[in-house]
Design a binder for this molecule. Structure first.
Ligand code: TRP
Length: 330
């Protein structure tokens, strides 16, 4: 542990079975960071309560996401993997941080405005405070490095401001300013060929899907809209099937698709079948491991509970310092 660069914290709301976008954008990165950093990864189920669609099926969605995480190589021997609500200290830190947060700063955030647009009928106090809870996550575990997508940049900046405000008000150094580590990965577009892959848009390909279902989803992908007939030449540059080939296929295959699509040498159906096969091959090991884990859900819960305990040790130590810094009577 001592040779590691620092502490990473990241979290994701329990959205159930993970898709290629989650896998390529976040999970693979979490796995890689484990050897370089002391990593703490959280299933942020309290954050899930801020929107109605993620409030339901919490337990099942937590298990499904944990299965994907573990099957992908997030390793409880290397990292702390735990459930946010099982370490309730985060809610305590959240309320202290809220007292050093000007309300307008939260309602001005672009991420808040997006949520208001998406869910105009459920603008709750907790949703406004979403970034405060996220800051509490990071600061509670004294993480210096937070791997997230670029969309989360305002939240990380907010967390840094929280640290400065808290430390200044209480004349302390207990909280640490985290740095964002942007996940460099092209946005993964869903099978509709237009929108970012997402469960709520029903355009996802789940990493745990069967090979048959994967093929079915890939075959239904929207391709270059100008290529109507098999004999029409296509433009791979505007085709999401090609984008995924670049991730999952060999460079020879990518070159072949690039050339042959442009001169109608390969049809979309064959091109898609090839892609589906490569995705299936790439995920075969993960899927095998996942079904072994899924056969023993109690072992998965045990892994998470062990993570809860390890997380709680860190959290409790921070909170003792925080309460002391605030000046609560002992
Ligand atoms: N807001 C993050 C997202 O939607 C999830 C999250 C919650 C998080 N707490 C965090 C990410 C702490 C990094 C660190 O993706």
């Amino acid at each position: 542990m001592t040779a590691k660069k620092g502490r990473v914290f990241s979290g994701a709301r329990p959205t159930g079975k993970q898709h290629l976008g989650n896998y390529l954008g976040a999970i693979k990165n979490y796995v890689q960071l484990q050897d370089e950093y002391d990593c703490v990864y959280s299933i942020v189920d309290i954050h899930a309560l801020t929107t109605l669609e993620t409030t339901v099926n919490l337990k099942e969605n937590t298990l499904e996401m944990a299965l994907d995480w573990l099957a992908a190589g997030m390793d409880p021997q290397k990292s702390v993997i735990f459930i946010q609500s099982h370490v309730p200290e985060v809610t305590e830190l959240h309320i202290y941080l809220s007292m050093v947060t000007p309300e307008g700063k939260l309602t001005d955030l672009p991420t808040f405005k997006d949520k208001v647009r998406e869910n105009p009928n459920n603008i709750n106090y907790g949703l406004v405070g979403y970034p405060v809870l996220m800051a509490a996550d990071i600061l509670l575990y004294k993480a210096d490095t937070v791997p997230v997508g670029i969309d989360q940049a305002p939240h990380i900046e907010f967390a840094r401001e929280c640290v400065r405000s808290f430390n200044y008000r209480y004349n302390t150094k207990v909280l640490i300013e985290p740095q964002m580590k942007v996940t460099q990965y092209p946005k993964i577009i869903g099978i509709d060929g237009v929108n970012k892959m997402s469960k709520s848009l029903n355009n996802e390909i789940e990493i745990s899907a069967t090979p048959e279902l994967t093929q079915k989803r890939v075959v239904s992908m929207v391709t270059d809209p100008n290529r109507q007939r098999r004999t029409d030449p296509g433009n791979p540059d505007v085709c999401n099937v090609y984008s995924l080939h670049k991730i999952f296929s060999t460079s020879d295959q990518v070159n072949m698709v690039n050339t042959e699509c442009r001169r109608a040498g390969i049809g979309c159906v064959d091109c898609k079948k090839m892609l589906a096969e490569n995705i299936n091959q790439n995920l075969a090991g993960l899927r095998e491991k996942r079904s072994q884990l899924a056969a023993h859900p109690n072992d998965v819960w045990d892994i998470l509970h062990d993570g809860d305990k390890r997380a709680r040790v860190i959290a409790e130590a921070t909170m003792q310092e925080v309460r002391k810094a605030i000046g609560f009577a002992e």
